[in-house]
Design a protein around this ligand. Structure first.
Ligand code: GSH
Length: 212
């Protein structure tokens, strides 16, 4: 049986995008099932496949893994190379991922990912500006290896920051040159482009549209 990754709407679900990218980069063959979010059936449908009550959730031959980072770690146990090989870099990559997994709440709130949004600026709260500066400072701080990715070769950290790049793009956030280059790299990635194209084809109602 191929693993099945349950995801939310590609247009909005940052949590789903991250492990989807990891599985693609790992070269793990998997099926995917989308559960539409933001409707009256969502809770029941998600609870039926996810002990955590959230998507993403990965069903493997012998386990159900229901958190984006746990799914990434599952993939890293199947396939080498998803974390940096160097122990110090690996520790930094894990710290950077942990920050994204549990941090930057003001950025998340002010700039929800919407892959169909025509890029335009919004008025940002001071807290969101602080988060945006903190993300860029983190990228600058951890990027100690040459190459387009955060830690040399592509790693799970790049998957976790891809939705941030999509937010920065959608809300036309001015970035430092290095941060802009990194975002351009993430958003040009072939697997991200596939996800982005599939998001454009979705026809679910927009939960941020106040008229629905
Ligand atoms: N920490 C979780 C968060 C996952 C999460 O919040 N998923 C949202 C969709 S993006 C969800 O399933 N919401 C359930 C609902 O809307 O009922 C992870 O990393 O996977």
């Amino acid at each position: 049986m191929r693993p099945v990754l349950y995801i939310g709407n590609r247009r909005f679900s940052t949590w789903s995008l991250r492990p989807w990218l990891v599985l693609k980069k790992a070269g793990i063959a998997f099926d995917e099932t989308l559960i539409p979010l933001y409707n009256s059936e969502t809770r029941k449908a998600v609870s039926a496949i996810s002990p955590g009550g959230t998507v993403p959730a990965l069903h493997t031959r012998n386990a159900v893994v229901w958190d984006s980072l746990a799914i990434a770690e599952w993939a890293a146990e199947q396939v080498p190379g998803l974390w940096p090989a160097h122990q110090g870099l690996r520790a930094r990559a894990r710290a950077a991922v942990a920050m994204m997994h549990s941090g930057f709440p003001a950025l998340r709130e002010a700039c929800p990912m919407d892959l169909c949004r025509a890029p335009s600026a919004i008025a940002l709260t001071d807290r969101a500006r602080i988060d945006i500066a903190a993300v860029q400072a983190l990228w600058h701080e951890v990027k100690c290896v040459d190459g387009p990715w955060l830690f040399g070769d592509w790693s799970i950290a790049d998957a976790f920051y891809t939705p941030v790049a999509a937010r920065f793009h959608a809300y036309a956030i001015p970035l430092h040159a290095g941060a802009q280059d990194y975002c351009d790299t993430l958003l040009a990635d072939e697997h991200y482009r596939d996800w982005h194209a599939a998001a454009q084809a979705e026809t679910f109602p927009n939960p941020y549209d106040k008229t629905i």
